[in-house]
Design a protein around this ligand. Structure first.
Ligand SMILES: Cc1cc2nc3c(=O)[nH]c(=O)nc-3n(C[C@H](O)[C@H](O)[C@H](O)COP(=O)(O)O)c2cc1C
Length: 202
């Protein structure tokens, strides 16, 4: 999604959405490199920023990494409904993607993703559990890791806390803010795999 034209077809638009998401996953500088993920907690919404790690358009999959002990994992175990929100402030494009989450903690996908994780990222998984109450502001990391990354060997202790959240998308809501009239489109995948695409009022 580098440029947008007024008379874009829905098919071209959908292809450009997946392309932009793939760029987001691969480039730290892209606006879609981070997104906001919403879960449901006892009927109430919960949102947080995560890094978009991988996008597979063919299976409509978006992946992020998290700590197995974090609140979002218990929320997703209870209710796998999930929603992603992205905003590209240069393109003035908002994306909302709804779907279902599958958690991967001790399988091949988690192993592969862990192998590709940098030491700096692995450090987070070596803290005491996320959301633990503290007497003073602290990171929860062991003293020895406050000022350096773990060695490869030290980092392996974090593997048991590492989880891959695979999200399978069934609906995309695209919004483009435009001075000559905003535009909005909706893509809904049917159980058959067919996508129903439409322009809707912004
Ligand atoms: C820029 C940014 C990127 C983040 N990326 C991740 C991430 O990829 N995975 C993750 O679990 N938390 C990430 N976080 C932290 C979460 O936003 C959140 O604070 C944390 O995961 C605890 O959320 P929970 O209590 O809802 O589980 C990120 C935060 C920021 C500000």
């Amino acid at each position: 999604m580098t440029t947008l034209e007024q008379d874009l077809s829905l098919d071209t638009l959908l292809a450009s959405i997946w392309e932009a998401l793939q760029k987001g996953a691969s480039s730290r500088l892209h606006h879609f490199h981070t997104g906001v993920v919403a879960t449901v907690s006892d009927g109430a919404p919960q949102v947080r920023t995560v890094v978009l790690r991988k996008v597979i358009p063919e299976t409509r999959t978006l992946i992020f990494h998290t700590d197995q002990r974090s609140r979002k994992i218990s929320e997703l175990t209870e209710n796998p409904n999930i929603c992603w929100l992205f905003y590209d402030s240069e393109m003035r494009v908002q994306l909302r993607l709804s779907g279902n989450a599958t958690l991967h903690h001790s399988d091949d996908l988690a192993d592969v993703q862990w192998k590709n994780t940098r030491l700096q990222s692995r450090r987070c998984y070596l803290s005491i559990p996320p959301s633990t109450e503290l007497a003073k502001p602290e990171s929860g990391l062991p003293e020895s890791l406050l000022k350096r990354n773990p060695t490869l060997e030290e980092s392996e202790a974090g593997r048991e806390n590492f989880t891959v959240v695979e999200t399978h998308i069934h609906t995309i809501d695209w919004l483009w803010l435009n001075s000559s009239g905003h535009q909005r489109a909706k893509f809904v995948w049917q159980p058959s795999g067919e996508v129903v695409s439409s322009w809707i009022v912004p």
